[in-house]
Design a protein around this ligand. Structure first.
Ligand code: ADP
Ligand code: F6P
Length: 320
C-alpha cells in the first residue's frame, strides 16, 4: 500500500494523538502517503481528508484529545453513509485505513473491510472494554486521573468524617471503577458486570467498619450502575454518616497521556502500519502479556471480556 489514512472515532482517549503520530511517522518511514480524516466517520463520509507528514504531528505526543477530532456518526451505520465513506476512499485512492477507537468504531471498520477497504483497528478508549486487548490506549491515563482526583476527595472526606460516593465513567464496563477502587482503597465498588446487594455490600459493611473506628468512606460506583445521589442519601439516612455524591464526568477523559499510554500508542500505531504495508487488513491490534498482537476484526468483535472476580474480591477483602 502506498496511500493510507488514519481517523479517531467514538469517545476520545488520552494517547490517541500519540497513536496518530506513530501512524504518520511509521507510514512515512515506509515511503507511504498518510492522510488524516477529520471527525471520524463523519469526515470519511464528507471527504474531509488532510495530508499529514512527520512535522504535522510534532508536539502532540503529550497532548490529550485528538488533533483529528472525533465524532459519533450515526449516519455512517446506514447503507448510504457506508457507501459515501467507501466512495471517499476510492476517489482519494486510499488503500488502507487505521481506525483508532472503541468497539463501535471497530464495527465500522469491519463494514468498510467488507466493502474492500482494508482497515486496522487500534483500541483507543478509556473504558478498557476491548475483549481481545488487556490495556487500551487511554485507560492507564484515565485510571491515574481518577486516583488523583479521588485522593483529593478523600482529604476533605476525612476532614469532615464523610462518606463520598464517587461515580466514574463506564456505561457498561467497570474496569475503571474496580481498579480505581482498589487503588484508592474504596470501601465498596459497584460495577455493572457484577450484581450487588446495596444493603449488604454498602450499608451493613459501613456499619461494621464504623465500629472499628473508621469515620470516612469512599464508595466507588461505575456510571453504568448510576444513582449516586440517591445512594448518598440512603447511606446518610441509614448509617448516620454525612454523605456527598461526586460525579467526576468528562474531566476523566482529558489530560496528558501517561508514559504507558504513549508507549502503547506508539507501538500499536507502528504495528498497524506494518500490517497495512504488508497488505494485511481487517485486523485489530491488541496487547496481550506485554506483546503487541493482532486479531481478525470479526473474531475480535465476538470475543467477550469479563472482570476478574479475584480482583473484585480483593477490592472488598482489604478495604476494611
Ligand atoms: P466507540 O468506538 O468508542 O465504541 P461508538 O460506539 O460511538 O464509540 O462508535 C463510534 C462510531 O462507530 C459510531 O458513531 C458509528 O459511526 C460507528 N459504529 C458504531 N457501531 C457501529 C455498528 N454496529 N456498525 C457500523 N458502524 C458502527
Ligand atoms: O468512550 C467511553 C465513554 O467515556 C464512556 O465511559 C462514557 O459512558 C461515554 O464515553 C460518554 O460518552 P459522551 O462523551 O458521548 O458523553
Amino acid at each position: 500500500m502506498n496511500k493510507i489514512a488514519v481517523l479517531t472515532s467514538g469517545g476520545d482517549s488520552p494517547g490517541m494523538n500519540a497513536a496518530v503520530r506513530a501512524v504518520v511517522r511509521a507510514g512515512y518511514d515506509r515511503g507511504m502517503e498518510v492522510y488524516g480524516v477529520i471527525r471520524g466517520y463523519n469526515g470519511l463520509m464528507n471527504g474531509d481528508l488532510v495530508p499529514l507528514e512527520p512535522r504535522s504531528v510534532s508536539d502532540i505526543i503529550h497532548r490529550g484529545g485528538t488533533i483529528l477530532y472525533s465524532a459519533r456518526s450515526p449516519k455512517f451505520k446506514t447503507e448510504e453513509g457506508l457507501q459515501l465513506a467507501v466512495d471517499t476512499c476510492r476517489k482519494a485512492e486510499i488503500e488502507g485505513l487505521v481506525v483508532i477507537g472503541g468497539d463501535g468504531s471497530f464495527r465500522g471498520a469491519r463494514d468498510l473491510s467488507l466493502q474492500g477497504i482494508p482497515c486496522v483497528g487500534l483500541p483507543g478508549t478509556i473504558d478498557n472494554d476491548i475483549a481481545c486487548c488487556e490495556y487500551t490506549i487511554g485507560y492507564d491515563t484515565c485510571l491515574n486521573t481518577i486516583v488523583d482526583m479521588v485522593d483529593r476527595v478523600r482529604d476533605t472526606s476525612e476532614s469532615h468524617d464523610r462518606c463520598t460516593v464517587v461515580e466514574v465513567m463506564g456505561r457498561s464496563a467497570g474496569y475503571l471503577a474496580l481498579y480505581a477502587g482498589i487503588a484508592v482503597g474504596a470501601t465498596s465498588v459497584l460495577i455493572p458486570e457484577i450484581p450487588h446487594d446495596f444493603q449488604r455490600d454498602v450499608i451493613d459493611r459501613m456499619k461494621k467498619i464504623l465500629q472499628t473506628g473508621k469515620s470516612h468512606f469512599i464508595i466507588m460506583v461505575a456510571e453504568g450502575v448510576g444513582g449516586v445521589e440517591e445512594m448518598a442519601r440512603q447511606i446518610e439516612r441509614e448509617t448516620g454518616v454525612e454523605s456527598r455524591a461526586v460525579i467526576l464526568g468528562h474531566v476523566q477523559r482529558g489530560g496528558s497521556p501517561t508514559a504507558r499510554d504513549r508507549v502503547l500508542a506508539s507501538q500499536m500505531g507502528s504495528y498497524a502500519v506494518r500490517l497495512l504495508s504488508d497488505g494485511i487488513g481487517n485486523r485489530v491490534v491488541a496487547v496481550q502479556q506485554e506483546q503487541i498482537v493482532d486479531y481478525d476484526i470479526f473474531e475480535a468483535l465476538q470475543m467477550k471480556k469479563s472482570v476478574n472476580p479475584a480482583d473484585y474480591r480483593i477490592a472488598y477483602e482489604i478495604s476494611i
